[in-house]
Design a binder for this molecule. Structure first.
Ligand SMILES: Cc1cc2nc3c(=O)[nH]c(=O)nc-3n(C[C@H](O)[C@H](O)[C@H](O)COP(=O)(O)O)c2cc1C
Length: 235
């Protein structure tokens, strides 16, 4: 599930942990191809290790779950790959004007605080351009709930943007370049935080207070998250 990708040349930086979550039902998947295109570009800029949660392959392990308790190690590792990532690349085909139910169900099984401060690249594919704004109206709010800062540049591609399963649209490729530049800035910020001994927080994972410059969460989103967490624990 995990592979290391090192850019050519000397680079002593530790690899950043990147996890792709792809919400398609089927293989091969244009959604997965779009996320992979972005991660391949990112690998040219930075050493990364990539984990993949491809719901076309592992959705059967997730679909019927209503709890994370007592999961087999293989299934628990899917959630672990998301929770331990420094950068998430999430993608789903548009189904009925939103992400797939399987994609949402996977994230429903995460703790509300599990993604706080974790940068997320939003990607989707659809049958037409008509539902491109689902990224803004459906995907972005989901990660706002988690207090996970979503990068400004989203990626959306349609069937015609692929040939033999590979992305061929130059406009989408340009957007990949922009999203990668934003992702590199976020990973650099996280690496600097981890290595800098600031206030005794050396090595700390980003928390809800570490929301970066790309956050689309409202200033009170973390309060809402706190309220939700309290309600959960008192019920
Ligand atoms: C059940 C279903 C519902 C769909 N609903 C939409 C939709 O509302 N809007 C849209 O643009 N495409 C819709 N599509 C088309 C898919 O989003 C599109 O083919 C997508 O690229 C498939 O991605 P994949 O190759 O990763 O599975 C739908 C496809 C299916 C099977």
């Amino acid at each position: 599930m995990t592979a290391s990708l090192e850019p050519a040349g000397v680079n002593t930086r530790p690899a950043s942990r990147v996890t792709i979550v792809s919400g398609s039902w089927k293989t091969p998947s244009k959604t997965r191809a779009l996320a992979e295109a972005l991660v391949s570009e990112l690998a040219l800029r930075r050493p990364i290790s990539v984990s993949r949660v491809d719901l076309a392959e592992v959705g059967g392990q997730v679909a019927g779950l209503t709890s994370r308790e007592g999961l087999p190690a293989e299934t628990a590792a899917l959630f672990g790959a998301v929770e331990s990532a420094e950068l998430l690349v999430v993608g789903s085909p548009i189904f009925k004007a939103s992400y797939t139910g399987l994609f949402k169900h996977f994230f429903d099984l995460l703790d509300p605080a599990a993604l706080a401060g974790k940068p997320v690249v939003l990607t989707a594919t659809g049958g037409s351009d008509r539902h491109a704004l689902a990224l803004e109206h459906q995907f972005r709010p989901l990660f706002g709930f988690f207090n996970a800062p979503t990068l400004p540049t989203t990626l959306y591609a349609v069937d015609a943007d692929f040939r033999l399963g590979a992305l061929v649209n130059d406009a989408v490729k340009d957007r990949i370049g922009r999203a990668v530049a934003e992702a590199v800035r976020e990973l650099d910020r996280i690496a600097a935080e981890v290595s800098a001994p600031v206030g005794g927080r050396t090595g700390a994972a980003p928390s809800a207070r570490d929301i970066g410059p790309w956050s689309t969460a409202t200033p009170t989103a973390h309060l809402a998250l706190g309220t939700y967490a309290r309600e959960q624990s008192s019920s």
